[in-house]
Design a binder for this molecule. Structure first.
Ligand code: ADP
Ligand code: MG
Length: 277
């Protein structure tokens, strides 16, 4: 079937023993540098399978860097270096035996600025990740996958009659949802989202939040957001990043979102979530 590669992976007995639901992601003692500039200091975070984890904190504290480290995009930056481990379902994604393409396939990423292929049709955009992910599909399977992915991204109803039109003709909010559909089409276990709504109107923002809601229990989501209401609405876990002047980013506080917003343990968290930064 279309998703046999993924299913086979999870039939391996040694994995099944430790993992109940695919997609548990653990960052263990991560430090990161650009040249000599240290930007993250011993950050550890466990992102529960099927849950939504929000990363919050002021600009420049290393949230995007941390997100890129989670799917090996960090290593594409020539000056970047890294210490620590990232484990997906117990496997170190940076281990020499792990292929970078499998990290990318299992761990999708959506950016602040939507980046569909502008001249490519909506249909082809949606399935443009299949080849790199090593997924082969017949035309009929592709048709199903396109519909399913666009439905999951809350975009199907708006584009079902114009699938052959170019992705670049969509509104900004629709383009962002197209990018989410493209990420979901390869059945990732994890979806990383870096401020996915900060360029969107309220309606598109609501659609994206609906999508995140519907992924709960199926895909592990890690979302960077500057919108505290959004963090409260979509996430069950929350991590507050902070970089004091001239020091690398650290996680100041981590916990259940509701508890963290209602009763922050650290004064700096309290100041941040209450808008006093
Ligand atoms: P955030 O997403 O929280 O705003 P970033 O991860 O983008 O933070 O940035 C963390 C720090 O790393 C900042 O000091 C930023 O200037 C630096 N940085 C980010 N990307 C690069 C890069 N490609 N090269 C050099 N420094 C970078
Ligand atoms: Mg950022």
């Amino acid at each position: 079937t279309l998703f046999s590669a993924r299913t086979e992976n999870h039939d391996e007995p040694d994995l099944v023993e430790h993992v109940q639901q695919p997609g548990g992601l653990v960052a263990d003692n991560i430090s990161a540098w650009f040249g000599d500039h240290k930007v993250l200091d011993r950050v550890s975070l466990s992102m529960a399978a099927g849950e939504v984890t929000a990363l919050i904190g002021p600009s420049g504290c290393g949230k995007s860097t941390f997100l890129r480290i989670l799917n090996r995009m960090h290593e594409m930056i020539p000056s970047a270096s890294l210490f620590g481990e990232v484990r997906l379902d117990g496997d170190d994604i940076y281990a020499p035996s792990q292929r970078i393409t499998s990290a990318r396939r299992n761990i999708g990423m959506v950016f602040q600025k939507a980046n569909p292929f502008p001249a490519m049709s909506i249909y082809d955009n949606t399935i443009s990740g299949l080849k790199l992910a090593g997924i082969r599909a017949t035309r009929a399977e592709k048709d199903l996958l396109v519909e399913d992915s666009l439905r999951k991204a809350s975009l199907w109803d708006e584009v079902k009659d114009r699938l052959e039109q170019p992705g670049g003709g969509l509104s900004g909010g629709q383009q962002q949802r197209l990018c989410i559909a493209r990420s979901l089409a390869v059945s990732p276990r994890v979806l990383l989202m870096d401020e996915p709504c900060s360029a969107l109107d309220p309606t598109s923002t609501r659609r994206v939040e609906e999508t995140i809601e519907s992924l709960r229990g199926q895909v592990t989501v890690v979302i960077v957001t500057h919108n505290m209401q959004q963090a409260a609405r979509v996430s069950s876990q929350c991590a507050f990043f902070l970089a004091a002047q001239n020091t690398p980013g650290v996680i100041v506080e981590y916990g259940a979102t509701e508890a963290m917003f209602a009763h922050p343990q650290d004064d700096r968290t309290s100041d941040y979530v209450n808008g006093r930064f």
